[in-house]
Design a protein around this ligand. Structure first.
Ligand code: C2O
Ligand code: CU
Length: 550
């Protein structure tokens, strides 16, 4: 195992996309920011220097961080902001994961421009569970907003409604591509040689909505997701949600030339290439080195599902299986002591006249405390949170009905956490609801633990029938999984990481509206099973706000 040091310098910088220029806070002058490359077992110290205008925190998405919630970087949950003109060194411990992960700001919506990939190679002297690739490539799938994203939250939260400034388009490594005006010259190109196999590492950093991705003329062989390997899936398209990562083998076996890579992510009103006027959000080009007659690149239109095709998404997700081999064993919890049934909803905000929307888990809409939950827990200061997050919704009803009354749809703002004993085995069934007639996919993400996705289905969860179909043999091991629109999914994990760990929808609007909760995993009784001591360099909780938002 080795130790690595990185310096992340945060500064405002001007960027031009789609004929308009704006300033964004970025790391080391680039978007995406620097790639962290490690082998499993390594430790990384990242010194974050905030030379921007507002406070932020940085989170290592999908990194377990054993016993070390202090470096999880989640604002209001594990720490207070790194204020302008201050710095903080995070200690990031790579104990469990192998594959692609990412890092991002975890405060306000700053992650829109503050993010980058993490590559975790197999431990030194060991190999991948597939033949060594000839090369690798990272594609970060993100957004471009014409205005400052923090102004978008301001509009949504303080002007009483939806923002008029949704993302303008998707991007590949921050480039919208040549279906848009003003960005043809800067279209991202991935240069390859003929007859090779490449490991393509995809990171979905979108703020909103799921994404379909395909490469014209090339099959994709998915071999990993969320920093864990899976049994290879050969497919013509993939679907990802904000927060997810995917490792894909691509064989360059086509005749020399250029092939479009494209994403469909949302409805876009931006001008796009004539003939492909619907929902093509971003393009990049896979380009073979060598001489070829350049006609226009071929486009994956027939393989790329329409962005609202939720069925195609569920079909793809249900194919995931862990390797479940001697070298990569699975350890699915089978003695569940805590069972939770959690409804996921978007609600009208009936408590705060300034907030039009709310979002909730079991009708509780998360309210950020003014001191981090971790500090309040560590110092045993009461009054910042309660430990009564409910294990089930207040009432049972037909969750997918279109017109649901206020008696079942109302949510209440509170800071309620769920207490877990060290090492206890937990099952959570997430049920989608159609409150406000607005069911959609929700990528739920858990910090500090990955979990097994043991079941997934359409409709209302049936507690008598559906568990019979659970996969306890080779379920995929993920940190972010999708509650399908008008459906449910079930996960299991062992609470083996003492500390305070956030769980939330990775769609930024829903996160802001409160579709979140916290697991507080108690210490296990010995030093090795207890969380570490509080580092002395943690930032203190002065107020740090953008447009008055904490
Ligand atoms: Cu990718 Cu709570 O974060
Ligand atoms: Cu959501």
């Amino acid at each position: 195992a080795e130790v690595h040091h990185y310096d992340f310098v945060l500064k405002e910088k001007n960027f031009t996309r789609l004929c308009s220029t704006k300033s964004m806070l970025v790391v080391n002058e680039s978007i995406p920011g620097p790639v962290i490359r490690v082998h499993k077992g390594d430790t990384v110290y990242v010194n974050v220097h905030n030379q921007g205008n507002y406070g932020l925190t940085i989170h290592w998405h999908g990194v377990r961080q054993p016993r070390n919630p202090w470096s999880d970087g989640t604002s209001h949950i594990t720490q207070c902001m790194i204020e302008p003109r201050t710095n903080l060194t995070y200690e990031v411990i790579f104990s469990d994961e192998e594959g692609t992960l990412w890092w991002h700001a975890h405060s306000n919506w700053t992650r829109q421009s503050v993010h980058g990939a993490i590559v975790v190679y197999p431990p030194r002297e060991t190999t991948f569970p597939f033949p060594e690739p000839d090369g690798e490539e990272i594609l970060v799938l993100g957004d471009w907003f014409e205005v400052d994203v923090n102004y978008v939250i301001h509009e949504e939260l303080k002007v009483g409604g939806f923002s008029t400034h949704e993302p303008n388009c998707s991007t590949f490594n921050s480039q919208p591509g040549d279906f848009h005006d003003c960005s043809k010259e800067t279209t991202y190109r991935w240069l390859v040689d003929y007859g090779k196999t490449y490991l393509l590492r995809l990171v979905d950093v979108h703020m909103d909505e799921l994404t379909f991705f395909a490469i014209a003329g090339h099959n994709l062989t998915v071999v990993g997701t969320d920093g864990a390997y899976i049994k290879p899936i050969v497919t013509s398209y993939i679907m990802m949600a904000p927060g997810q990562t995917m490792d894909i083998l691509v064989t360059t076996n086509q005749s020399l030339g250029e092939y479009y890579m494209a994403t469909r992510n949302c409805y876009s009103t931006t001008t796009v290439h004539p003939g492909y006027y619907t929902q093509i959000n971003a393009t990049a080009i896979l380009q073979y080195r060598g001489n070829y007659s350049s006609s226009s690149p071929s486009f994956p239109s027939s393989t790329l599902p329409y962005y609202t095709n939720y069925k195609a998404g569920i079909d793809f997700m249900s194919k995931f299986r862990s390797l479940a081999s001697e070298k990569y064993p699975v350890d699915v919890p089978k003695n569940i002591s805590t069972r939770m049934f959690v409804t996921v909803a978007l609600n009208e905000n009936v408590e705060d006249l300034y907030l039009y929307m709310a979002a909730s888990l079991n009708n509780v809409s998360w309210l950020d405390p003014t001191l981090s939950v971790l500090d309040a827990y560590y110092w045993n200061i009461s009054g910042f949170y309660t430990t009564d997050f409910p294990d089930e919704p207040p009432t049972y009803y037909n969750f997918l009905e279109e017109y649901l009354g206020l008696n079942v749809t109302q949510s209440f703002m509170a800071t309620k956490v769920k207490l877990l004993d060290y090492n206890e085995e937990v099952e959570i069934v997430f049920q989608s609801t159609n409150v406000l007639n607005s069911s959609q996919n929700h990528p739920m993400h858990l910090h500090g633990h990955s979990f097994y996705v043991v079941g997934l289905g359409e409709g209302n969860f049936n507690p008598n029938e559906d568990p019979k179909g659970y996969n306890l043999i080779d379920p995929p091991y993920q940190n972010t999984a999708i509650v399908p629109k008008l459906g449910w999914f079930a996960l299991r994990f062992r609470a083996s990481n003492p500390g305070v760990w956030f769980m939330h929808c990775h769609i930024e609007h829903h996160y802001t509206y409160g579709m979140n909760t916290v697991f507080l995993v108690k210490n296990g009784g010995t030093v090795e099973t207890s969380m570490r001591e509080r580092p002395s360099n943690m930032p203190s909780c002065r107020s740090s706000s953008i447009h008055g938002i904490q």
